[in-house]
Design a protein around this ligand. Structure first.
Ligand code: URA
Length: 197
């Protein structure tokens, strides 16, 4: 695996990447953004329309909800790092294909290696399946914390929190409330790791 020196180097490599077909339809690569010293890393699925236009993750309606939840645990975007499983928009917002997830993995792995987050928060089923393949479906494990190996760093211990994708709560008030409650687990896990933000 290539050893990148910085998150900017990873983003630059993503912009040159032609490893899968997603680059042909995209407007902008969405490398992920945030604090290079963040203790908490959020990993979503893939850029949507607005993210593709701006080259920034979670800037549409799901992003607004994510920011509201961050505020509920006294965090702002600038405190955390937000990225995705794939960094170019799948046409029509379809699910990323397995080969697209594989092609983008080295970049995500590099971001994790550079950041060394205390907590990885998986948003939705795609990131949960990558990091927590054996814990059960998101409908059961949402809002739970897990100590599992980290496939990016090979560390045997990494804290994860599995959350529903914020977009899932946009049109269902009940689910939105559940996501708000689940979000509080991040705070508890940070306390366990004794991380200060
Ligand atoms: N949904 C995602 O999974 N990621 C984004 O960046 C935006 C919406």
């Amino acid at each position: 695996m290539i050893a990148y020196q910085s998150l900017e180097d990873v983003a630059a490599a993503m912009r040159q990447c032609r490893s899968c077909g997603l680059c042909t339809d995209q407007t902008r690569v969405v490398p992920g953004e945030g604090n290079a010293r963040a203790k908490v890393m959020f990993i979503g699925e893939a850029p949507g329309f607005h993210e593709d236009q701006l080259g920034r993750p979670f800037v549409g309606a799901a992003g607004e909800f994510l920011e509201e939840m961050l505020a509920s645990v006294n965090l702002e975007r600038k405190d955390v790092f937000i990225t995705n499983m794939v960094h170019a928009r799948p046409p029509g917002n379809r699910d990323p294909l397995p080969e697209e997830l594989d092609a983008c993995w080295p970049y995500l792995a590099a971001q994790i290696q550079l950041l060394q987050p205390k907590v990885i928060v998986t948003l939705g089923r795609h990131s949960k399946s990558k990091f927590l393949p054996d814990v059960g479906p998101i409908s059961i494990v949402h809002g739970q914390a897990f100590d599992r190996p980290n496939p990016a760093t090979d560390a045997p211990h990494q804290w994860y929190v599995a959350l529903f994708h914020p977009a899932a709560g946009l049109h269902k008030e009940e689910l939105k409330e559940q996501i708000r409650q689940d979000f509080q687990v991040i705070y508890k896990v940070l306390a366990v790791t004794q991380a200060s933000l």
